[in-house]
Design a protein around this ligand. Structure first.
Ligand code: ZN
Length: 246
């Protein structure tokens, strides 16, 4: 391969990699923020459920105090029954006692209702609390993995950027200018030629152009997308693929 073309291919691969790192580095903080927001939202829901439970316990306490007050009133009225002088007063007192007893019964019903709700609510909140803790630990692990990946990408990006800088420094200035111009306009400056076509714009190359590109010994641009073309020789027939590292 022509050394200039080889450097251009290296630059191209470096730029493709840099872009991949950049897009990942742009997406990762958002992913992390979304997980953090989920933790906050789940915690708020759990706190609200706990607050509702506390509210029920307070309601019950208030109702019990009211029952005590009414019971005191009932004792007082019952005590007065022996002291009244007329039937009318006696009937009026009985009526008052009935009223007080109705108030007591209604509050006792409410207390039972609150107790049932607290009982069911406590089990529910306990389960939710355990689920939240499990999920939170899992989410914290996810966040740690994202943070590790961010550091990995930053390190990888810096290494690729340094390599790119070295390659750019040895490239002919006019070629570097040309490369940068196409890169700025097209997003990628090079295109692999494969099966007689440009793989970026998919336009069929003239037969002679494809033959020339396959030699990899000159700077040839695609007549359609103006990217600099290169050719990757296919591996020889029957070649054994290297095993993947474990
Ligand atoms: Zn093209």
């Amino acid at each position: 391969m022509h050394p200039d073309l080889e450097t251009l291919v290296d630059l191209h691969h470096a730029d493709v990699e840099l872009r991949r790192f950049d897009s990942e580095l742009a997406a990762l903080p958002q992913k992390k923020a979304a997980i953090e927001a989920q933790i906050v939202a789940d915690r708020a829901a759990l706190d609200a459920a706990k607050a509702a439970l506390d509210g029920l316990a307070k309601d019950r306490k208030r109702l019990e105090l009211e029952v005590q007050d009414f019971e005191a009133k009932r004792s007082k009225y019952k005590g007065q029954l022996g002291e009244v002088k007329t039937n009318k007063e006696y009937t009026a007192l009985l009526h008052e006692i009935e009223n007080v007893e109705r108030e007591i019964r209604s509050r006792e019903d409410s207390i039972l209702e609150a107790m049932e709700k607290v009982e069911g609510g406590q089990a529910k909140v306990k389960a939710e609390d355990a689920a939240f803790k499990g999920l939170e630990a899992q989410r914290r692990d996810e966040i740690k993995a994202i943070e590790a990946r961010i550091r990995e990408c930053e390190g990888g990006r810096a290494a690729v950027a340094a390599t790119r800088e070295k390659k750019a420094a040895v490239l002919r200035p006019d070629l570097l200018t040309e490369y940068s111009r196409i890169l700025a306009r097209r997003g990628t400056a090079l295109a692999e030629a494969k099966d007689g076509a440009c793989t970026m714009c998919h336009v069929k190359l003239r037969a002679q152009v494809f033959v020339d590109v396959k030699r990899n010994d000159a700077i040839i641009t695609c007549s359609s997308c103006s990217r600099i073309m290169f050719f990757n020789a296919p591996p020889p027939q029957g070649a054994v693929e290297a095993p993947l590292p474990h």
